[in-house]
Design a protein around this ligand. Structure first.
Ligand code: TXA
Ligand code: MG
Length: 355
């Protein structure tokens, strides 16, 4: 059980007028060591003053986050980086020029003053400049860099609406700024620039194709493609935990279209026979599964960015429907489809059927 209850303030903000008083108030909460959830262009973040170790420790408590999983530090201007990183190499400058503000997190050697609780004791720190007027204004009025993981309970699907944040964290944090739905829908891409060649540790809003076009060779970490982790020391500690999981177990079915549809119908049938309620995660341009179970449409298969935008809402929807098992159709791992499949594989926790 969580140890205490805070009255969480719900604050509606207008994206087009981020200079409003409401955000100034939220900035003050951050400066005083409080926790504020806020919209970004990817998912909602749970922010704390990154220079205040006690405030950041409260993030771990509120989310139930394992202590060895480091947190991304969000900045509103590049001048804030000098207190966070040892230096900005040319490759990082190129990426910042091209993709910031935007859904790209860059791992660099950490400066001395960065609290250990932020980096989980690593020698590196993750930094990103979000592309959202409310997030940028909040960081600006707080006057400090803002440490922020996704604003969900650890292991649950990330929040893309303020209502998702409240489902998980009401009573545990000081405030949530509601700036409407997050746009991209999956988290930022995490790229490590501390090794010899750039390595993508987590696929996200910026695709490997876009990064490759900018940097030349970019390596995709093998754990990303496997969607599971089975080594001793992952380069991104977050990779070893179960993530994004709805309450019911999720089974991911991948392969060519007609075979996948057939497999899903067979599996649904078998589950129904033993009295289980079946949920099916599918796409508007895919088969009609309405006779096989409770259908939730995440987006259009042919436009993976629409699936990214709808994915976490869809996963949370299955909790409301109260299904016992979820059968999910795979996507092509192209463009942002790579990030969507990475999240689905993790939500499946190894339950993947290839047909
Ligand atoms: O889009 C996003 O990135 C969102 C919004 C709120 O900005 N944030 C987010 O944070 O997704 P979180 O904590 O849910 O995921 C951060 C990931 C984790 O997998 C973590 O292990 C990794 O980044 N990470 C953070 N610092 C790292 C470091 N120094 N080295 C390697 N991986 C790191
Ligand atoms: Mg997260």
């Amino acid at each position: 059980m969580f140890a205490y209850h805070i009255n969480t303030r719900y604050i509606k903000v207008d994206q087009n007028h981020p200079e409003a008083d409401a955000i100034a108030g939220a900035g003050l909460i951050l400066r005083r060591g409080g926790l504020v959830a806020f919209p970004t262009e990817t998912v909602y973040g749970l922010g704390a003053d990154a220079t205040n170790a006690r405030a950041v420790a409260r993030i771990f408590e509120a989310k139930g986050r394992p202590p060895d999983n480091p947190i991304i530090v969000h900045v509103a201007s590049r001048s804030q980086l000098s207190a966070l990183v040892v230096g900005v190499p040319t490759a990082a400058k190129i990426l910042m020029d091209t993709f910031w503000p935007g859904p790209l997190t860059i791992i660099l050697p950490a400066a001395k003053g960065v609290p250990e609780v932020v980096t989980a004791g690593l020698a590196t720190v993750a930094v990103r400049m979000p592309d959202h007027p409310v997030a940028l204004e909040l960081i600006k009025v707080a006057g400090v860099p803002v440490a922020a993981p996704s604003a969900n309970l650890s292991g649950k699907p990330s929040p893309t609406h303020a209502a998702h944040v409240l489902q998980d964290l009401d009573g545990r944090i000081e405030a949530v700024l509601d700036g409407g739905p997050a746009g991209v829908g999956v988290e930022s891409t995490v790229i490590d620039l501390t090794a010899e060649a750039p390595v993508i540790l987590r696929p996200g809003g910026i695709t490997p194709e876009e990064l490759g076009a900018c940097l030349g060779e970019v390596i995709i970490d093998s754990d990303v493609l496997a969607g599971s982790y089975d080594g001793d020391s992952p380069r991104s500690p977050g990779m070893k935990y179960t993530h994004y999981a709805p309450r019911a177990p999720l089974l991911l079915v991948t392969g060519n279209g007609p075979a996948v549809a057939l497999k899903i119908r067979q599996l649904a049938c078998a589950e129904k026979c033993v009295g289980r309620r079946v949920g099916i995660l599918t796409y508007s341009d895919s088969s009609d599964f309405s006779a096989a179970g409770e259908v939730v449409v995440a987006g259009r298969r042919e436009r993976p960015e629409t699936v990214a935008a709808g994915l976490y809402s869809a996963l949370r929807r299955f909790n409301e429907l109260g299904v016992d098992v979820i059968l999910a159709e795979g996507l092509e791992e192209k463009g942002v489809g790579l990030a969507v499949m990475n999240r689905l594989k993790k939500a499946a926790g190894g339950r993947i059927i290839q047909v």
